[in-house]
Design a protein around this ligand. Sequence first.
Ligand code: DGU
Ligand code: CA
Ligand code: CA
Ligand code: CA
Length: 197
Amino acid sequence: EVPPSDTITVHDTIVVEEGQVFDGEGKRYVANPDTVGDGSQAENQKAVFRLEDGATLKNVVLGHPAADGVHTYGDVLVQNVVWEDIGEDALTIKSQGHVIVKGGMAQHGSDKVFQVNAPSTFEIINFTANNAGKMIRQNGGSTFKTSITIEGSVITNMDEAIFRTDSNSSEVRMTNTRYSRVGQKWYNVKNVSESGN
Ligand code: DGU
Ligand code: CA
Ligand code: CA
Ligand code: CA
C-alpha cells in the first residue's frame, strides 16, 4: 500500500520523452479529474503518462482517477506499473511499435485493460490482470495486425475475453499463464497458440 502522503496529482499529462526513463519510485499518481480525466467510461480523456519512442516507465502506481492511463508511441517498456483502479482503460498503443509490459498489475476496469489502436508487437510478461471486461481489445473494426504474447501472467475475472479483435491477421501466444473466469477467452481471434497454461 502506498501511503496517501506519497500521492501525486497530475494536472497535465506527463510526457516521457524519447529514450528517457521515468522512475516513479513506487509513488501513486492520480489524475486531476478536471484537466486530465475522471477515470469514467467517457472517451477522450487524457493520458496520465505519454510514452514517446524508446521511453521506459517504471515503478509507478496509478491510483483513482487514472483517466486514460498510459499512451504509447513506438517502442516502449512499462515495468512494474500498478493500476489500482483502471480508468477509461489502462494503456493504449497509440502508434506502431513494440510494447513490453513487464511485472505489475491492473484491476477494476469497467471495460478494457489494454487497448490496441495501432499495428504492434505487444508482450505482456509476469503481469496480473483482475476484474475488467477484457484484458486486451484491438480497436473495434480495425484490420491491422497485432502480435500478442502473454507469458507467466495471472488473469482473473474478465467478463468477456482475454483478447478480442476484429482482425483476421492478429495473433496471440499465451504461455505459462494461470487464468480463471475469463469469459470466452479468445473472442474472434483466428491465430492462437498456447502452452503450459
Ligand atoms: O472508434 O476510436 O475506445 O482508445 C471509436 C474510438 C474508440 C476508442 C477506444 C479507446 O474505439 O476511443 O479508448
Ligand atoms: Ca475506450
Ligand atoms: Ca481510452
Ligand atoms: Ca475503474
